[in-house]
Design a protein around this ligand. Structure first.
Ligand code: HEC
Length: 246
């Protein structure tokens, strides 16, 4: 019993940690792994804006190209910048030691991030950076307070500022919490365009977590069709064989 409660505690405390410290609501991402155009745009954002710090080791360029309907030449031209081979995983050249010096923490590998955090969390996270001069990079994140990651998409989104509201706690004290985020300095995209870009990026990250999913779904349909056709054939065969016996 004691062991069980420790296991439960460990399990739930990570959940609590993930949920604690913030009160902003998750916004829902519109995930569609069949939307190749969206996945292609997402791949481009990922390679251009994320792969300098984060790796995605479990994903191979060759495989990505195939799944997303991009030819190997275009993959090399559009997605590969640092002299990798097409069968390589998406690794980075930054050394973990340097990363820790620069950011205080190591940017985690993002291969499976959509599975551990969920699409909505990622979508909200990417949209929740706001100006906070007290932080090393001048920004904080409303969903992930004291985040060690700079706002790498600020040229697209611009910079947001937090609008606060007062909430009364149970003990009667008043605490300031973030009510919403507002654009303070516009970037190259308006809000709608940025939302769409982040949706594409998250769509790609969900695909990254399970590149086999598309294939499995396709295979699933083939198997079903096969069973259906075979059922038809056997049905008529049976009728044919038993015709004279009745
Ligand atoms: C300049 C380096 C850098 C770039 C570029 C960068 N990140 Fe990060 N990222 C970090 C660091 C450092 C952390 C660790 C933050 C922490 O734990 O406080 C992080 C954390 C994260 C996390 C949270 C992981 C977790 O669950 O703990 C996600 C998700 C993430 N990054 C996604 C992205 C995406 C998507 C991009 C591209 C748009 C990106 N990052 C670009 C440095 C970077």
């Amino acid at each position: 019993m004691k062991k069980l409660s420790i296991v439960l505690l460990v399990l739930f405390s990570s959940q609590l940690l993930a949920a604690g410290g913030t009160n902003i609501e998750l916004q829902s991402a519109n995930i569609n792994l069949e939307n190749k155009a969206s996945l292609q745009r997402g791949a481009k954002y990922f390679v251009n804006y994320c792969l300098s710090c984060h790796s995605a080791k479990q994903l191979r360029y060759s495989r990505t190209g195939k799944d997303l309907g991009i030819s190997p030449e275009l993959v090399e031209l559009n997605l590969m910048f640092t002299g990798e081979k097409i069968f390589d995983g998406m690794t980075i050249s930054m050394r973990p030691k340097d990363a820790e010096k620069w950011f205080g923490v190591n940017p985690p590998d993002l291969s499976l991030i959509a599975r551990s955090r969920g699409a909505d969390w990622l979508y909200t996270y990417l949209k929740s950076f706001y100006i906070d001069e007290s932080r090393p990079f001048g920004v904080d994140n409303a969903l992930f307070p004291k985040v060690g990651m700079p706002h790498v998409l600020s040229d697209l989104q611009g910079l947001q500022k937090a609008v606060y509201k007062d909430v009364e706690l149970e003990d009667g004290t008043v605490k300031k919490v973030i009510a919403r985020l507002e654009i303070a300095e516009p970037g190259r995209m308006n809000e709608k365009e940025f939302d769409k870009a982040m949706n594409d990026l998250v769509n790609f990250m969900v695909y990254m977590g399970e590149p086999a999913k598309l294939e499995r779904q396709r295979l699933g349909w083939k198997v079903l069709m096969f069973i259906l056709v075979m059922f038809g054939i056997f049905y008529f065969l049976k009728k044919e064989y038993w015709k004279d016996i009745h």
